[in-house]
Design a protein around this ligand. Structure first.
Ligand SMILES: NC(=O)c1ccc[n+]([C@@H]2O[C@H](COP(=O)([O-])OP(=O)(O)OC[C@H]3O[C@@H](n4cnc5c(N)ncnc54)[C@H](OP(=O)(O)O)[C@@H]3O)[C@@H](O)[C@H]2O)c1
Length: 208
């Protein structure tokens, strides 16, 4: 599968490396342009491109940027595509976003409103990227780590769940995109190593 990645920080690079390891073709991009990613391509074994090129390249496209810049994600090239939203809201980094502070929406619903023709799946946001390799285990391993996802498109969630499995994780489907608050920052399920038996319990304990 071709995986385009918008953002080439900790998340973009870690997911590109894992994708390549699993036999996928990945392209990373950032705000400053591919000339700033020259060595990353060699180290990660992925392609580099502009944001627009990464958006067009991917069968699936990952958004892994500082949340406050989400409106810079190109709309047209992502129409009809599965978009994985890894972003989290940190007011001290992203500035205050009132609709998130008052709980009237979630960060992934903001991205979905910006990309109305894309199939948004909130995934890979609740694991620290240095743990992607550490916690990855083959399918069926005892006490395998589970990761949450949510989204409104059932087929898109199935595809991302397959990716979780290939990358070494079980899936807990939390439901529609609006349920993403259950595994955002400062919730019991956020970036905690839990298996598929315990993760639903932590998700159920989340308070909005
Ligand atoms: N770090 C983690 O372990 C982790 C885990 C899960 C989720 N997350 C979330 O995932 C997102 C990315 O985190 P990160 O740790 O990878 O951040 P990071 O290391 O700060 O990297 C951010 C990346 O986004 C790019 N970017 C910023 N503004 C952009 C724009 N307008 N257009 C395109 N690219 C832009 C930056 O490119 P330039 O440098 O060229 O501006 C950089 O490559 C955040 O929302 C974070 O909260 C992080």
């Amino acid at each position: 599968m071709k995986i385009g990645i918008i953002g080439a920080g900790y998340v973009g690079r870690a997911l590109a490396a894992m994708a390549v390891k699993q036999g996928h073709d990945a392209m990373i991009s950032n705000s400053r342009g591919p000339h700033t990613l020259f060595s990353d391509a060699a180290v990660l074994g992925c392609k580099i491109g502009t944001i627009d090129e990464a958006a067009r390249f991917g069968d699936i496209v990952v958004v892994a940027i500082t949340l406050k810049h989400y409106t810079a994600v190109p709309v047209g090239p992502l129409a009809g595509k599965i978009v994985i939203d890894t972003n989290n809201y940190y007011p001290q980094r992203d500035d205050a976003i009132e609709a998130l502070d008052n709980g009237s929406t979630t960060s992934s619903e903001l991205l979905a409103a910006h990309l109305p023709e894309s199939k948004i799946v909130k995934a890979f946001n609740a694991i620290i990227m240095t743990h992607i390799d550490r916690d990855s285990q083959p399918t069926g391993s005892f006490d395998r780590r589970a990761l949450p996802l949510c989204g409104d498109d059932v087929e898109a969630k199935r595809v991302v769940s397959d990716l979780y499995d290939q990358f070494g994780f079980d899936t807990v489907d939390v439901g529609p995109l609006a349920e993403g608050w259950r595994f955002q920052t400062n919730t019991p399920a956020y970036c905690v190593r839990l298996n598929k038996e315990w993760l639903p319990k932590a998700l159920a304990e989340a308070a909005r």
